[in-house]
Design a binder for this molecule. Structure first.
Ligand code: SER
Length: 323
């Protein structure tokens, strides 16, 4: 096996679907999933799985040697809301896991690394609309500080030790297979569960708070595209924009398909985090450098989310209806 891939944090929101997609493309033997605990059945049954702590470099090296791993996707991280509660833990997890992988690449145990950055690298001093690739990055959250530091370390290892590390500044990711946990953009996933289960949702963000978002299929497409591009990419971490919407706009779109749906707004501490992040992202550079283009707009993602979640949350009823 020449080019085995290891996913660390494979049971998380992005890790789960990334693993399934990579197994689909490269074959299930070529993609090893790992996490600190087991994940969804679909993931566990689709190929090899190792229990692995992202902060344990020796354990990671053992897995790399066992399977002759050449590429690592490091998807384990503590997101913005949880990181505010546990700053030390977040810093240790987010930074030590990255150092482990960058050092393993520097020591030539692996050839290529993917590391997720985030719109959280931006802060209150950043231009909020159409935020450019190169701009002020003064984050006010623990998570954002770990991501902006991570970007600098990736660039440093790239320039100084020729480590092939690639990265994307993910916006909020909308998906139905695995829930996100502990993020500020999570409302845009939770709202769909509540819309189906209770026909109502209480938003923890104000109605007009716009944030950049992306449907999971687009996020996975971007991740694979940046890892596969043969071009010399100018930046280590790229802005990618997709769509941008407010809780009010999302609710209106859901209401088109579920007319009884109701939303109310009770903003909490997460509002301050959202206010510090961009409303929308300029991804012209990603478009030029590696042909990035998103596919899913708000209407399309709403349709996909409602359709798939209805089946996931109530499979029996859906089967009965369709007979
Ligand atoms: N989705 C993340 C969060 O909300 C942002 O990268 O924390």
């Amino acid at each position: 096996m020449g080019n085995t891939i290891l996913i660390i944090g494979a049971c998380g929101q992005i890790g789960t679907e990334l693993t399934l997609k990579l197994r689909n493309i490269y074959g299930s033997d070529a993609v090893i999933a790992s996490d600190i605990k087991e994940g969804a059945n679909a993931l566990m049954q689709s190929g090899k799985f190792e229990i692995l702590d992202a902060t344990d470099k020796d354990a990671i090296l053992q897995v790399i040697k066992k399977y002759n791993v050449k590429q690592v996707f490091l998807m384990a991280a503590m997101l913005s809301v949880t990181a505010e509660k546990y700053p030390n833990k977040a810093w240790n997890l987010n930074m030590n896991s990255l150092f482990n992988i960058l050092n393993l690449a520097k020591e030539k145990h692996i050839e290529k690394v993917f590391w997720p950055s985030s719109i959280a690298v931006f802060g209150n001093t950043t231009p909020q609309s159409n935020t450019p690739q190169e701009t002020i990055t003064e984050p006010s959250t623990v998570y954002g500080i770990s991501k902006v530091s991570g970007e600098r370390w990736c660039a440093y290892y790239h320039d100084k030790f020729e480590v092939d590390v690639r990265s994307i500044r993910y916006p909020g990711i909308i998906s139905w297979k695995t829930k996100p946990g502990g993020g500020t953009t999570d409302y845009a996933v939770d709202i769909f569960y509540k819309a189906i289960e209770e026909q109502k949702y209480t938003s923890f963000l104000k109605e007009n708070t716009a944030l950049p978002m992306l449907y999971m299929d687009d996020a996975i497409k971007a991740t694979i595209a940046i890892m596969e591009t043969k071009k010399n990419t100018k930046y280590v971490s790229y802005n990618i924009g997709g769509i941008s919407f407010t809780p009010k706009e999302l609710a209106a779109e859901i209401k088109k398909q579920l007319p009884n749906f109701k939303i109310n707004y009770v903003p909490d501490s997460r509002q301050k985090i959202a206010d510090s992040w961009p409303n929308s992202i300029d991804d012209t550079v990603a478009k030029m450098d590696w042909n990035w283009q998103h596919e899913f707009n708000l209407e399309h993602l709403t349709t996909e989310m409602l359709k798939n979640l209805k089946i996931k949350l109530n499979p029996a009823a859906t089967t009965k209806q369709s007979v």
